[in-house]
Design a protein around this ligand. Structure first.
Ligand SMILES: C[S@@+](CC[C@H](N)C(=O)[O-])C[C@H]1O[C@@H](n2cnc3c(N)ncnc32)[C@H](O)[C@@H]1O
Length: 212
């Protein structure tokens, strides 16, 4: 077990048989994916050869080099084989969208995506029109809150009310902790001052979700 709630949540969503980890870096996700019952092969891709070297080393250490193919690749550009499930984690929402747009142009978007953007989740959610959102929940890791999104091809994405804070599906206590934390931040920042309309809209959305 990796001592990181974010990575463990991502790994828990992986299904095979062929998995890609885009932006694999340290390689924990790629190597842990192989321990899952139905995962046969993992393609670990990173745009940086230096970062990918960490995955190569970890796979060697764990004795799974034969089952992990490592490839220097911008997203799916240099992954020719069919991928069933892809993880794109630890990148920004805009970078994730760029990767998916390039994959679409190459007809290489996998059936199932596990996405964990570290920022601009709103924009990424808006982009996922055309996917069925099976899960979108918050995990806290190292004092920060991350969305874990499981999207499958063929669906209508999010409705407008879900873009900012996701679906909380399945419900997690971390989701409410995130809302309470954000509420406090906004209240401290605008203490005794009028909130600008955009911030007020976010604040009211939080109040609505906290009270539900
Ligand atoms: C912050 S690390 C995230 C590592 C791991 N996925 C995680 O979530 O902990 C981001 C990694 O993505 C790689 N990366 C950035 N843009 C990429 C792209 N377009 N295609 C593939 N890898 C990319 C970086 O080189 C880096 O190794």
């Amino acid at each position: 077990m990796i001592p990181d709630t974010r990575l463990n949540a991502i790994i828990s969503e992986i299904t095979g048989p062929v998995v890609a980890d885009i932006g694999s870096d340290h390689g924990y996700v790629a190597v842990a994916a192989l321990a899952k019952a139905n995962v046969k092969r993992v393609v670990a891709a990173d745009i940086s050869g230096k970062c990918l070297e960490k995955t190569v080393r970890l796979a060697r250490e764990k004795g799974v080099s034969d089952s992990v193919e490592t490839v220097v690749s911008d997203g799916f550009s240099d992954i020719a084989e069919h991928i069933d499930t892809a993880v794109i984690a630890g990148l920004g929402g805009y970078e994730t969208i760029k990767i998916l747009e390039k994959a679409k142009a190459l007809d290489r978007v996998p059936e199932k995506l596990i996405l964990c953007p570290h920022q601009n989740a709103f924009e990424l959610r808006a982009y996922l029109d055309g996917f069925r959102i099976d899960k979108d929940y918050i995990v806290e890791s190292g004092g920060k809150f991350y969305p874990v999104i499981v999207a499958v091809k063929g669906g209508s994405g999010y409705n407008a009310d879900e873009l900012r804070f996701g679906k909380n599906l399945p419900p997690t206590e971390d989701f409410f902790k995130m809302l309470r934390t954000r509420k406090r931040v906004l209240e401290d920042r605008f203490s005794g001052r009028e909130m600008p309309p955009r911030v007020r809209a976010e604040y009211e959305e939080i109040l609505g979700l906290c009270l539900e």
